[in-house]
Write a protein that binds this ligand. Structure first.
Ligand code: ATP
Length: 516
């Protein structure tokens, strides 16, 4: 056997893949043609906790299974610690029966009876970074020539292990950063005061429902078109619930590739699949003690719906590649812009899951059905955007703008209005450099065209008679600035006698303060 060829071929395999497990599988397959080796194990030892940590283990199925973290038997700790600290380059064990009982016990945790083990220290920049063990069934399988060959590979093995550990650390730090980022984002929103505009007007009934259900544990399903504020309300529900000091974790079910859904929701164990270099907690585990917001829940594929249902029923998760069941205590809020009932009928959404999620549905009306909120929303969004864009000038909204905005059908709802405000501010700034007042002239924005509303559109929810009448009266009151009597009052506009209107307002719980 040519040692140079051995070194080159083995090194190619050791460093040939980013995924250390796969690289070691290839390496073992090559090495075992030259050196006796049924198994390869790379591990670390932490003297502070007396724990061994498995980084890679490849061995026949009937050999002992070794957990990711293994407590070293107490009596064996001094010897393992000494060997770990003493830079020894290799060690051969050809017959476990010759060892002291505590070492026999330790060997029994990792290897079958009648085994030979060749240990090599992996050293990088004079620092012990890990231990590489080759094992072969039977006694007396190793001699110094094998140790010499493995000694040649010390550097490539050390480099591969260092890279893998650094990669794992990066993944861990990235996850921590993402977590911190989410937390800070939430805090920032808190500081900037994410308000819900329209709680006393167009969202009054919605907010009543939010207040009713927030203190409970019941699942809530938020329904409404895109941009109507489902996420904002999910946040509000969490903030008003007894879980408010726990985490609020969002999952965008529509944005997850099918192959990653389970690992994202339930987490994965290290080595569960290629690329799973470290243990990862899923969103369920992260939301423990708090609220899990399943946004765009209708986009979940059917297979994932089954697994989600199982978890909601058992309140336990199993990480991908794991065997342990982990109890989780989360409150579920889900949201969709789709007609879930229809999807259930058509077989696109599981009925049993729908029943689970649909305990307390809240329908958020689209902006075109609550255009009385537009002035307040506009004022709020302009102030918010100005703060973000560091605009200190006073912003003037010309007459006619409001009426124009009321006529628009807002398919993108509040988000569309928000984007429009931003675009309007950018364009107004460009037009009016140096002036004290910024004129927000939104109708000039080419993309904004009034769209005819279609009151019969099939996606409009059918309101009860009282709700529809209440909404109509509020609109009239808003138009007349709360005035009821007189030619320009709401009663005249509605073709009613003022006392009849007052009676209806009393019955429907509409107060005079609802004028704009
Ligand atoms: N009532 C409201 N008052 C103030 N801001 C609102 C209101 N409703 C929505 N917004 C703002 O509009 C934007 C869109 O809201 P959000 O993301 O909650 O909508 P969504 O229904 O979850 O949208 P999607 O279905 O597209 O995910 C956010 O910036 C939110 O703060």
């Amino acid at each position: 056997m040519n040692k140079n060829v051995f070194f080159r071929e083995a090194t190619l395999r050791i460093c040939g893949r980013l995924d250390l497990q796969r690289a070691m599988e290839n390496t073992l397959a090559y090495i075992q043609k030259i050196i006796p080796a049924d198994a390869l194990h790379i591990g670390l030892f932490d003297p502070a906790t007396s724990m061994g940590r498995t980084i890679v283990r490849i061995c026949p199925d009937h050999w002992p299974k070794v957990a990711a973290n293994v407590p070293i038997p107490e009596a064996a700790v001094p010897r393992v610690t000494e060997e770990w600290r003493s830079d020894f380059s290799f060690g051969i064990l050809n017959d476990a029966r010759e060892e002291e009982p505590c070492i026999q016990e330790l060997i029994g945790l990792f290897w079958p009876e009648d085994v030979s083990v060749l240990r090599t220290s992996l050293i990088m920049e004079s620092r012990m970074i890990g231990m590489l063990l080759l094992a072969a069934a039977g006694c007396n399988r190793y001699d110094e020539s094998h140790a010499e060959l493995m000694g040649m590979l010390n550097e490539p093995f050390s480099i591969a292990l260092t890279n893998a550990l650094q990669y794992e650390e990066i993944v861990r730090l990235k996850e921590m950063l993402e977590e911190d980022n989410r937390y800070l984002h939430k805090e920032l929103r808190h500081i900037s005061g994410d308000r819900i505009i329209g709680s006393d007007f167009g969202l009054r009934e919605v907010m009543q429902m939010v207040r009713q259900v927030a203190p409970l544990e019941s699942p809530v399903l938020l329904l409404g078109e895109t941009g109507t504020g489902k996420e904002l309300l999910a946040n509000a529900l969490h903030a008003a619930s007894p879980r408010h000091s726990g985490p609020f974790v969002k999952v965008n079910c529509g944005g997850l590739p099918e192959g990653l859904i389970d690992s994202e929701l339930f987490g994965h164990e290290k080595g569960a699949f290629t690329g799973a270099v470290a243990l990862k907690k899923g969103r369920f585990e992260r939301a423990d003690g708090g609220t899990l917001f399943l946004d765009e829940v209708a986009e979940l594929p059917l297979g994932a719906q089954v697994r989600l249902l199982r978890v909601l029923q058992s309140r336990e998760i199993e990480r991908v590649g794991g065997t342990e069941t982990i109890p989780v205590n989360v409150r579920i809020i889900s949201a969709t812009h789709r007609n879930l009932e229809q999807m259930v009928k058509e077989g696109g959404f599981r009925e049993d899951l729908w029943f689970r999620l649909n305990v307390f549905p809240i329908m958020i009306p689209p902006l075109r059905q609550r255009n009385q909120d537009i002035p307040a929303l506009l004022e709020y969004l302009v102030a918010r955007k100005c703060k973000e864009m560091k605009i200190t000038r006073k912003v003037h909204i010309p007459e006619g703008t409001m009426e124009f905005l009321r006529q628009h059908s807002w398919p993108g709802n509040i988000r569309e209005l928000q984007n429009l405000v931003e675009r309007g501010l950018i364009q107004s700034q460009a037009r009016a450099s140096g002036t004290a007042v910024l004129v927000l002239d939104m109708p000039r924005i080419p993309s904004l065209r009034p769209v005819m509303k279609n009151p019969d559109s099939s996606d409009e929810p059918i309101l009860s008679f009282d709700d529809a009448a209440g909404r109509h009266i509020r609109r009239a009151l808003e138009k007349t600035h709360g005035k009821i009597m007189g030619e320009d009052g709401a009663a005249a506009l509605l073709g009613l006698h003022p006392s009849t209107l007052r009676g209806k307002m009393r019955k429907l719980g509409i107060s005079k303060k609802e004028k704009s």
